[in-house]
Design a protein around this ligand. Structure first.
Ligand code: SAM
Ligand code: GLN
Length: 292
């Protein structure tokens, strides 16, 4: 009888190296960050352990899974969809096709809305219009235990993710989920202290040049009409009636949109104290306005 020597199992560092090389077309930083995230998820490791445990052997099943994920990344499928999770405001959220992956710049919107909430008399209620995964509402609810939220989306798929995330974070008692086309299907006399929204804001021209990953995300979550501003016109016209006295409308904006949105707010005559906040790249990203 002859014995062939066992084939050694690959180690964490071997998969890391292979994955990084395969993903170099995405850019070195993106390739590295994606491999770190995949290995964390695959092996239940922390980010630092991906490096500290680099000699850990990986089973054939795990190796096959990892290689499959890398192949899907090469086709520009968002990693958040592949792994079924995303991170926002340090919280883990369930994620998948049909639901927009929350973006880091949306944390500026949470910061601004959180500051406004602090200035309002308790208890505070807010409405998150176009909630998607529930990212914004969950961050705000976690920040302050004396706040109540209504989460609205038109997409049932998005609402399913939002509901799952609200339950996973134990926030059911302070959150209501509703399907509506903006305010249209909501009880007509209900009012809130703050309306927060990251509406779809890409223009027709933006859609044509968008990154391949965005093609996996729902068009309804991204497209804001030919000039990208359709949702702002509706939000500005309709929010004032739905805000309590002194309440705030706080919205995320796309690049080069702030002046047009400021003008629409001013011309409506419904708001005062218009404030614009920039993101980390210096882009006007968030606009807040107080109901007159
Ligand atoms: N709030 C999430 C975030 O920041 O990650 C998702 C924002 S995404 C840019 C816009 C969201 O608005 C999507 O979830 C989309 O389904 C929803 N939406 C689009 N049209 C809508 C409408 N007419 N009424 C309510 N929600 C709408
Ligand atoms: N921030 C997204 C992007 O440009 C767009 C999201 C939105 O339309 N609100 O990738």
């Amino acid at each position: 009888m002859t014995f062939s020597p066992p084939i050694p199992l690959p180690k964490v560092q071997d998969l890391f190296q292979w994955g990084k090389e395969k993903l170099t077309p995405l850019g070195d930083l993106e390739a590295q960050a994606s491999c770190e995230w995949m290995l964390e998820h695959l092996l239940g490791l922390s980010r630092s352990d991906v490096y500290l445990q680099k000699h850990l052997p990986v089973s054939p099943d795990q190796e096959a899974l990892f290689r499959g994920w890398v192949e899907r990344c090469i086709l520009r499928e968002p990693l958040a969809y592949i792994l079924g999770e995303s991170f926002f405001w340090n919280e883990k959220l369930a994620m998948g096709p049909g639901c927009l992956v929350p973006r880091p710049e949306t944390e500026i919107l949470v910061q601004v809305a959180g500051e406004k909430i602090k200035t309002l008399p308790r208890p505070v209620s807010f409405l998150d219009l176009g909630t998607g995964s529930g990212a914004i509402a969950i961050a705000l609810l976690k920040n302050d235990s004396r706040v109540q939220a209504t989460l609205v989306d038109l997409s049932l798929e998005a609402l399913e993710f939002a509901g799952k995330n609200i339950r996973q974070h134990g926030l059911e008692d302070r959150a209501t989920l509703l399907r509506s086309d903006l305010f249209q299907d909501l009880v007509s006399d209900q009012k809130w202290d703050l309306v927060v929204s990251n509406p779809p804001y890409l223009s027709a021209a933006d859609l044509e040049q968008m990154e391949p990953e965005l093609r996996y995300e729902p068009r309804e979550a991204l497209y804001g009409g030919s000039d990208g501003l359709d949702f702002y016109r509706r939000l500005i016209a309709d929010s004032a009636d739905r805000l309590n006295a002194g309440g705030w409308l706080v919205m995320e904006m796309g690049i080069h949109q702030s002046q047009a949105i400021r003008k629409t707010l001013e011309l409506s005559g419904l708001y005062q104290e218009i404030e614009i906040t920039k993101d980390y790249l210096g882009v006007d990203r968030v606009i807040a306005a107080q109901k007159k």
